[in-house]
Design a protein around this ligand. Structure first.
Ligand code: PEP
Length: 259
């Protein structure tokens, strides 16, 4: 059985005080989740500049259950890379995971698969969890290319990743047309895409390891649609954007993921 995973992607939002306050509220909400075999692993992904304040707020709230994540990283260990943040710097701050290949980085900041791949590998090499995001645009969906795009992004993003690293991997299927739009894939469509993603993971890592990787869904997830999505056998949790900025809503999504 795969432990559900829920990530809150705060994107480029919140003041320092707002991030601290949200971290405290999320810690409180997650502490209230009933413990059990399906209690989700929860992570928050604040802006780089708020990581330090958020980790302190989580510690002060006595939270051992909310992990700290970054929204991006750079793969080089150090050097002349103005504006970038290395994996070691993130680790030093207490981050244990980071997103790679988020659709806003692919489509707004034009990150290619080759860069996403080296970032993913740098995280895994450092023993961190990499949450690799894949997903099709609306035009690609209308062309019937959803599975081909997911497969291409997975194979390129995971090139050189070893089976031993698969346990530190989470895949987020996030159809681009569903992110921040209020439109969600139907549970059946999401399940179909997750099943195909799972088959690529099995092809890459073998039956047992491929079956152990969490594949989570993202795209306008809310407390109201989370239960029907998590009821699908291959949806192992959520990556949440807008709704993760409201602690109560995010807590309800985490609770749904654990059912
Ligand atoms: C995201 O940013 O990964 C995301 C899924 O955003 P939203 O939940 O707002 O669609």
């Amino acid at each position: 059985m795969r432990t559900p995973y829920v990530g809150g992607n705060w994107k480029m939002n919140l003041s320092r005080a707002g991030a601290v306050s949200l971290a405290q509220s999320v810690a409180h909400a997650v502490a209230g989740l009933a413990p059990g075999p399906r209690t989700p692993e929860v992570a928050v992904f604040p802006s780089f500049v708020h990581l330090d304040a958020v980790v302190n707020a989580l510690c002060a709230a006595g939270s051992t259950r909310v992990r700290l994540g970054a929204q991006d990283c750079y793969h080089e260990p150090d050097g002349a890379f103005t504006g970038e943040v290395s994996v070691a710097m993130l680790k030093d701050l207490g981050a244990t995971c980071a997103l790679t290949g988020h659709s806003e980085r692919r489509h707004v900041l034009l990150e290619p698969d080759s860069l996403i791949n080296v970032k993913t590998r740098a995280l895994l090499d450092a023993g961190m969890t990499a949450v690799l995001c894949v997903g099709e645009t609306l035009a690609q969906r209308e062309d019937g290319a959803t599975d081909a795009i997911n497969e291409q992004q997975l194979r390129a993003g995971l090139a050189g990743v070893t089976g031993a690293q698969a346990s530190s991997l989470v895949i987020a299927y996030e159809p681009v047309w569903a992110i921040g739009t209020g439109k969600t894939a139907t549970p059946e469509d999401a399940q179909r895409a997750h099943l195909r993603i799972r088959s690529v993971l099995v092809d890459l890592f073998g039956e047992a390891l491929g079956a152990s990787v969490r594949v989570i869904y993202g795209g306008s997830v809310k407390a109201s649609n989370a239960p029907e999505l998590i009821a699908q056998p291959d949806i192992d949790g959520f990556l949440v954007g807008g709704a993760s900025l409201k602690a109560e809503e995010f807590g309800a999504i985490c609770a749904a993921a654990g059912t």
